[in-house]
Design a protein around this ligand. Structure first.
Ligand code: FE2
Length: 387
């Protein structure tokens, strides 16, 4: 057996570690491009905290503000223009997965010619700017992964850029930055992280080390997500979620995601459904579909999800994994059906075609056909019933 495990040079985890950003950034130069979203980092004081830490370390900062959810190629190109004009030597991303994904593409294009889409299938010629990622949500794991998802509005696709050069040099994981996340963001991003962990564990590219990370992530997220949603100030639950989501990120960055992600991207492209919510709406249905292909793995997942499996057959235990995820979705108070979030049946076919063409589909434990994917969209459209 042989495999390569890729991760950031340094992962720093703990309450208050965001203020170490200045000392870390100084390793690469004095000119820092700070990439942030549409205002939440400013509102919560996280932006001031990070700017202060950078300035106190003697660095010059230019702020690129306004990165939207599901960042577009236009945003990335504007950010890269600013990075070049400012002659940035290091990029710092402060925000959720969208901000970090945009910052990865900005760091790439700041030193490389052409447009974002040029790098969908090829590696850059010049080394990309070093990136320090500071997440303010607990979900995407983007601060430790080799992927960046950028929306190409002209082609109506979500481009997945992937390569070791996109892995941030440093991930600064500070649970205190995540306590201000609103209810629905905590719930949706938490479900994104759970989907990463479950898909990495079931992926045909799973390896022993990604299994360890994925199962640990499932345990942490299943045990703490509901608490983080309903008691947002609980720093212990927030810490467990942040730890779980980055382990999930490392797991899928090395083992891939699978059919849930292939199916959720079109929901974002055609209907603007946010990534984490789209995954949450699909996950229980896709799990039920995948279960017969690998019931032993589902039985292990059931245990990690907190279910009692002693004395059960593999089949019985495997069914408990699907039920546990259904219950979690029902508990965290998010929409339960594609219908509820404005998805239209007429698009099932085009979305299913896109999903089948997505690279992650080939790593799904069960090989889906067109009819299977349409049926899954239909089931998710009708949604979950229960309390
Ligand atoms: Fe995801």
């Amino acid at each position: 057996m042989a495999f390569v495990f890729q991760c950031p040079e340094k992962i720093i985890f703990g309450c208050g570690v965001a203020s170490e950003v200045g000392e870390e950034a100084r390793r690469w130069g004095e000119r820092v491009l700070l990439v942030v979203g549409k205002g939440s980092a400013r509102r919560t004081g996280a932006l001031d905290q990070v700017v202060e830490a950078l300035v106190q370390s003697g660095l010059t900062v230019s702020i690129f503000e306004g990165v939207e959810s599901d960042p577009s190629t236009d945003t990335v190109h504007r950010g890269a223009d600013l990075a070049r004009e400012f002659q940035a030597q290091v990029v710092v991303a402060l925000g959720g997965g969208s901000v970090i994904d945009a910052a990865k593409a900005i760091a790439l294009l700041a030193t490389n010619p052409g447009r974002c889409s040029d790098y969908e299938r090829k590696a850059p010629v010049n080394s990309v700017l070093p990136l320090i990622a500071i997440p303010t949500t607990a979900g995407t794991g983007s601060e430790v992964t080799r992927f960046s998802v950028i929306s190409d509005l002209d082609r109506k696709v979500k481009m997945v850029l992937g390569g070791s050069y996109l892995i941030p040099k440093i991930a600064l994981l500070d649970p205190l930055l995540t306590v201000s996340m609103p209810h629905e963001v905590t719930a949706a991003t938490g479900m994104d992280a759970l989907t990463h962990a479950i898909e990495a564990y079931l992926s045909t590219r799973a390896q022993p080390d990604t299994d360890l990370l994925a199962l640990s992530a499932v345990e942490l997220i299943a045990a703490n997500l509901t608490q983080a949603v309903y008691n947002p100030q609980d720093v212990e639950a927030r810490s467990a979620m942040l730890l779980g989501q980055y382990r999930a990120g490392l797991a899928f960055s090395n083992a891939s995601v699978a059919l849930v992600h292939s199916m959720s991207r079109p929901l974002g492209v055609y209907f603007g459904v946010l990534h984490g919510l789209a995954n949450a709406l699909l996950l229980p249905h896709v799990m039920a579909y995948n279960r017969p292909a690998c019931p032993e793995r589902f039985a292990v997942l059931a245990h990690a999800l907190g279910e009692e499996t002693v004395g059960l057959s593999i089949r019985e235990a495997s069914l408990k994994a699907v039920q546990a995820v259904r219950n979690l979705v029902l508990d965290i108070g998010i929409p339960r059906s594609l219908q509820q979030v404005g998805v239209k049946e007429e698009s099932f076919e085009i979305m299913a075609k896109d999903a089948l063409e997505a690279q992650s589909t080939q790593f799904n434990p069960r090989r889906p056909q067109m009819d299977d994917v349409i049926t899954l969209y239909w089931e998710a459209y009708q949604g979950l019933k229960g309390n």
